[in-house]
Write a protein that binds this ligand. Structure first.
Ligand code: GLN
Length: 198
């Protein structure tokens, strides 16, 4: 089987690390900045960064509606941190003054932006992660947490009692940044989803 073409939304944020992680996980990764690139991918990673800025760039580049349409059509997506925020149906503390993060509504969940950030800006810890053997070392940077999930959403991990990783069908999201560690298990999990093997 040829490797699946997995895009990384490359508007802002740590795109390069995700491209490298996806390659190591067996995908053929490409940066996505325009409609034609979005149309060409079998799966999409939405990286960490700033969800408000990414929302504005999505609008400015006329990618918001095409992306929503592809997600609604079942395009597998993995969102990390800001990407998790964007995949939600509802965002709390989304920002103000016309610079709010906009929900792509791909995962039936309510996320609170910068939720951990109000307590401590960034931290690391070892988590149990459903479906993976052995702890995952998780790096959180001004991270969100999930306050509500719908009945079809599977909770994969928690930190300090809060939901920090979820899956709904072909959609995966983590509040932390696996691309910043050498552990490729979460990217591999996503590549397996894209390949229809998981
Ligand atoms: N706080 C950022 C946001 O609201 C997310 C931080 C991150 O992606 N590391 O989008």
């Amino acid at each position: 089987m040829s490797p699946p073409r997995v895009g990384v939304l490359a508007l802002q944020g740590d795109t390069r690390e995700h491209l490298a992680a996806l390659r190591e996980a067996g995908a053929d990764p490409i940066p996505v900045r325009r409609r034609s690139e979005l149309d060409a991918v079998d799966g999409l990673v939405i990286p960490g960064g700033e969800s408000t800025t990414m929302s504005h760039l999505l609008r400015d580049l006329d990618l918001l509606q095409p992306l929503r349409a592809r997600l609604a059509g079942g395009l597998p997506a993995y969102g990390a941190c800001a990407g998790m925020i964007l995949l939600a149906t509802e965002i709390l503390d989304a920002g103000a003054n016309g610079r709010e993060a906009v929900p792509l509504r791909a995962i039936d969940m309510t996320v609170r932006r910068n939720a951990f950030g109000r307590q401590v800006d960034s931290f690391e810890g070892d988590l149990e992660f459903a479906g993976l053997h052995g702890a995952v070392h998780a790096v959180f940077i001004r991270a969100p947490w999930v306050e509500r999930v719908g009945a079809d959403v599977q909770v994969l991990a928690r930190a300090a009692g809060h939901i920090v990783a979820v899956r709904q069908g072909p959609m995966l999201a983590t509040a932390f940044h696996p691309e910043m560690t050498g552990d490729r298990r979460i990217h591999r999990m996503f590549v397996d989803i894209v390949n229809g093997r998981s």
